[in-house]
Ligand binder design. Sequence first.
Ligand code: UT7
Length: 334
Amino acid sequence: MSRSIISGMGFYVPDNIVTNQDLEKLMETNDEWITERTGIKERRWVIPGEDSTSGMGFKAAKMAIENAGISKDEIDFIIFATLSPDYYFPGPGVTIQEALDLPPIGALDIRNQCSGFVYGLSIADQYIRTGMYKNILVIGSELHSGGLDKTTRGRGVSVIFGDGAGAAVVCATEDENRGILSTHLHAEGKHAKELALLSPATSRWVDTIMKEHDPSDISYYPHMNGNFVFKHAVTRFPEVIMEALQQNGYTPQDIDMLIPHQANLRISQFVQRTMKLNDDQVYNNIQRYGNTTAASIPIALTEALNEGKIKKGDLVCLAAFGSGFTWASALIRW
Ligand code: UT7
């Protein structure tokens, strides 16, 4: 049976840097609060109209294909993870297929928020193990900035999120010493509304919202019960990392690099302390990009690779937690 390896990674973030000081001009917030509570110093926000979720995903995908050293025409399946699609439907997977000028291969859109990339990787791994596909493009891309409440009312959410995209080319290999060892996926729908965007929806279409025209209606902005999400995140991250390690007979000390979803630097540091990991076993870049949801892991993984922090043969763990709640991990022998 074939194994899956990540043979190329890529990422793209918009040029427009928005610092904490820039946010102070939009809402009542300050650099000290944001830095202390989240670790974020700046994020990238698309200049309105200048890019899209699929547009950023396309640029990340091109880099990943180039780094994989294959031709785009060898891609035989696309998986696109996002919570901020260009349109309500169709999903951005088909836009990527068209933008890359590919033959009519399959394109799957998945909606698993912060866990989206790891869920996508897991799907790709299963298709490759069964022999159905050989080279799968997995993309995580988010354009949050257009949908945030950038007033003081929305500051608990809007200072955290950034725009960007990351992509991986997942390929079949017969090398038994490398590849995705296992993936672990979880969900707990009873907490769905603790981190959610409720409108527009099939239960509440735009015309209803327009008719009501209620400026105090915040259901069309993302809502997050921050403390509640935080408490679950710091439990679920170590749990799902340990699940991956135990299944493969490893301990936290065996990890060469942990790439946690970049939700909040305090969450990553808590996980690091709980698992007794050294600084050089964990990669964080939320300071520069904020929380880019489905894009955060592939962006961080690409940067860690570019900085030479992951070598062939390393044990790499990816772990995510977010809206749903959903959480997931993947253990990879690089
Ligand atoms: O990626 C998906 C998963 N997401 C996460 O894992 C996020 C998890 N949660 C968090 O990261 C944190 O809960 C937040 C960063 C969102 C918030 O940090 P917190 O320490 O939980 O703060 P808080 O919500 O309890 O708010 C504390 C205070 C409040 O004021 P009072 O009521 O104490 O007077 C807020 O109104 O801070 C106020 N506040 C702000 N002040 C300045 C909230 N947002 C801001 C802000 N600037 N941006």
